[in-house]
Design a protein around this ligand. Sequence first.
Ligand SMILES: [Zn+2]
Length: 282
Amino acid sequence: MLVNLKEILKYAEDNKCAVGMFNATGFDSLQAIIKAAEKLNQPVILAHAEVHNVYNDISLVAPVMLSLAKNCKVPVCVHLDHGTTLEMIKRAINLGFTSIMIDASSLPFEENIKFTKQVVDMCHPKNISVEGEIGQLITSEDGVSNKTKSKEYYYTKPNEAKEFVEKTNVDALAIAFGTAHGFYKEKPVLDVNVIKEVKKVVNVPLVMHGGSGLSKEQFQDCIKAGIRKINYYSYMSKAGYEAAKKLIESNKTSYLHDVEFEAMKAMEKNVEEAIKIFSMKD
Ligand SMILES: [Zn+2]
């Protein structure tokens, strides 16, 4: 069943859990995500990241994503992850996506508000949800151990979060409190108090980016503090990669479809484990 982000995050809020957002980069990951969600009977957010558009153009994947979502027995939101350009955002809207995440947090605060509000005004009349972001995510490229900038530089400030949500009318807010995209070079240190403080002053669900690589306890601490959407990708992809590598090295097959199928099964298992933790059922 196809739903928007606002609807799916209401489920998370009602159940005091988080819904996983998983990036799909091909047919194998799309199937892995849907199968895992159906098996566990949990809602899921199926995402296409703008940065992955080089692998599959959004016009090719959108009909497949939407068809999978509509035919799925659990609620599925079809989401654009890290939309940076109006061109890509407009394409996602016109193709039928039910949710858009705007990546404009690197812009000055007022410009982030202006850009996000512009997208909200385009999306809400079409019943499409919008996720905004404030605070700087410490990306792996920036280096988790980058000591040249203080925590205050990166982390979301509660007063700014409040102003941002009020002025933009977003449906969900991604915040920064120590997570990073990609693979962690060292054990991440999260400031769960940032989540708690933002939650006190903001009335929309909060989102964690860079969800791969945290411990079960870290995930659950974040959910208890108020995180309702967790973006997860790198370790799902790694699970597929490692299963494919193992099969190739075994010399048991020369067919690519065998490798793809093996990768799909491994990703499905990895997504299942993540959904169990996010839904607080593990
Ligand atoms: Zn992200």
